[in-house]
Design a protein around this ligand. Sequence first.
Ligand code: AGP
Length: 613
Amino acid sequence: MCGIVGYVGKRPVLPVLLEGLRRLEYRGYDSAGVVFFDKGRLRVLKRKGRVYDLEEDIYRNSTLEPKAPGLGHTRWATHGEPNEINAHPHFDCKTTLAIVHNGIIENFYELKKELIIKGHKFISDTDTEVIAHLIEEYVKEGLNLFQAFLTALRKLKGAFAVAMITTMDPEKIYVARFQSPVVVGLGEGENFLASDIPALLPFTKKVVFLEDGEVAILSQEEVKYFDFHGRELKKTPQIITWDLASAEKGGFSHFMLKEIYEQPSALQQTLLGRLDLEKGKIDFSREGLTQEFFSGIKRIFLVACGTSYHACLVGKYLLERVIDIPIEVDLASEFRYRNPRLDNGSLFIALSQSGETADTLASLRLAKEKGARTLAICNVLGSTITRESHIVLYTQAGPEISVASTKAFTTQVLMFILLSLYLQEIYQREEPKELIKMLPRLPGLLNKVIEKLHPKIKECAKNWYGASNFLYLGRNILYPIALEGALKLKEISYIHAEGYAAGEMKHGPIALIDENFPTVILSAKELGIVHEKTLSNAEEIRARRGPIILFTTEGERKFEDKVNYIFYIPETSYAFLPILYVVPLQLLAFEIAYLKGCDIDKPRNLAKSVTVE
Ligand code: AGP
């Protein structure tokens, strides 16, 4: 996820752009850049680092005579290392037009090859740069600027919010939206654009939201709207009533709640460019992953910490259905100090949202020393773990601000689903191919679960936020979700919560049960015999007057009057269960912590990334 801003009007352009970028830094912050007119030419300043690093560069450069229109960009790298060359804006060959972009161009590789054959010279490793050269190519072929812009947009596949300024039309900003947000800000004798409302609030509260497939052309005096075929549109402005703090959270009370609700679109980003539905295959070629990478692998190690460790536990269930080789899961803090047997027949998979977790990094280095092949599943491009792994698969979840991990977890689980489907080609084990066809429906399915269950979860939380302990139970692929649900509750509400394999009840935990000790039970019909056994665990708890909050499959009515709360999850594929069952637990933890007045986004004693042992 990146942040884009634009301004056309009489104000000094750079302060407006920088103010906007500062307010969008939560969307991405590994590099930043601006482009504006200076003595009639386009001038770009960009660098790796935060917006204030860019600001220092700008104010050191006293020869500038910056004039609007101008564009700004703060980057969350998806293609190409975070560095000055890959920072936006990007130019065409003749630096007559500049582009900033938020999203992922899925077909950039093919477009780039075609443009190079036509003589275009590329400077960066980004997908974005292709857009500038594509527009340039259509102008060269005789289209006028607007038609060249529209034709290029129609050629792109993926998600994009694209803004352009050009010496060919120096009084205007062109902007388009497809699956990445764009908000136009309307002023008096000036107009603005941004990825998100916070960047506009210091200047105007009158906004127009572009929809997918829409373009806006901003000049000082007016904004015109069109579809991607050039047909003019009428758009109705809205007045924003949020203050800045809630605007940065997209109107949500906390970043955690915003990120819980972002999960359907985060899953969509994870899928972008990786589903070849025609061939029924998973495509990791963009990451340079080939089947050869797995040849001769005799053992797989999944290693991580915290929530990422729970994703590894889910990954074990998913991979074991496809692969006939041993799969070990380890806490990184344990792995690094035991004497793991690894060699060149071992594959070490490190999971980390931040890519900086000390124990996970140390385990990765140990695995490499012992000759293992290494693959990282990570959310932060260019982080240490990604730089030290042979192969990296990015979850593309966008920045996760809240310390409690939510969208990072669900996108990690989705990466394991993709990896298990990819490996079926190599190991030829039965993993229904129709699962690939179901994947595009997963984000919508999750959205429905969130919208349907959240109000009732809010009610349920009112009954239990005073509890001192919780037990979370699950079996099979829902056992790691019980662990994750318990972790979410304890880390943001400070209530003691234990996740347990439901089959372990008789081996100790049942001694804890009484009327003040609620148990959250996860049991899906899709788990077959294991589902029945979990329901009998529920009976054992009920017999000891233990309160029960049950999450189970729609239609499983027999427990309706035996539990204190029952939440129904739509019947789905086995592989989707962890994602559909964990999100309600994230919401339960959030609503309990909210009622307790906890500092949800920054819980006491916790850091977003544990970079020390
Ligand atoms: C999860 O909510 C916590 N923030 C924590 O357990 C986290 O998952 C763990 O520290 C691992 O972090 P990483 O994914 O960045 O390596």
